[in-house]
Design a protein around this ligand. Sequence first.
Ligand SMILES: [Zn+2]
Length: 370
Amino acid sequence: MKKKFICFILVVAVCALALTACYGDKNYLKDVNAYGFWDNDAATSVAQPSIGQYVRDFLSSPSVDNKPKKVAFIGYDGCRADALINVLATPGWEEGTGDTSPYSGIAELLKTQGAGIYLAYAGGSKGGENEQHTSTAPGWAALTSGEWGIVNGVTDNGMYKSIDYKTFMLEAAIGEFGEKYRSAFAASWQEHFVKTYLSEVEYLRENSEVEKKEINADSSYEEVSAYLDAVSASSTVDMDFKFVKDDAALHEYLLSCVEEGGNNERDVIFGIYEATDHSGHDTGFGNDNYRYIKGFRDEDSRCYQLLRAIYSRPSFENEDWLIIITADHGGIQTWHGGQTLEERTTWIVCNKGVPEKYFSSGYDGYAVSE
Ligand SMILES: [Zn+2]
């Protein structure tokens, strides 16, 4: 009898696991929503393109007290919304007394007056015409262009973004927001430069002395990075495409971008840390994977250092900074790209908060009702 019961439990457990593998956890969004630290709720989750629009609106709005505008857009690749509980669950974190989050970029940014933290989503509307893969290229392209892939051309990895829908980094550099900003996009994934944003690299090159060279997935790191450096240095468009080897190199580069008076100083930066995505693909996405949490803490502590570097700029008090930390997609087991809640649900932390006009309405985890 006992044996039979154990067998029954085993069968149930295996079936539950199999179902989870196929469909994900239907309660995931509800459970994450219940964390209580969000400034919106699941139904008003912010669509990724709205964040891109928010950055544009900030850069085009009149400056306050003539303060120069600056943007730091910081990406945690493949960082799930439930990972944030690792730095925000400790009572007292809001007052800076929580002992698990003294070196958390997310917790640090939330201490800013007016800062906010929000549920968001990737993947467009499931089953709708703007549905897109919860993959890296479509996620960041929606965030930086302010449009879903059906408009900007990137609905999956391996696709070229249309030059008609530029990133806010390029728009900032060419004066679309009134004045010309120095901008940068830095990442360690080759596809960004040889595929997704190749049209923008070419835009810079056309405004440079550099001869066109074909770069693709087969090009070496040295070839691609040297080409991007040459194009960025020579172009009359003041944007830098920076291809780095890993998170450590990305971090060094971003620190140089926020160093006031430094050679690499930029006004608008976008950089992507990869530790969560790498560990997720290796050992699994989610809080039951130690390496995933460690990857998250590693990039979050780097972000903390980056924020401290920004705050310590001599002119910081006389500058108007928009600082956003966000993710391109979530993940389930060791992958992402599909339409489960674990993959679709993302998050945003912003030093100025996100105004309600950027919220969605009637979002059910897969689509909006309007
Ligand atoms: Zn990604």
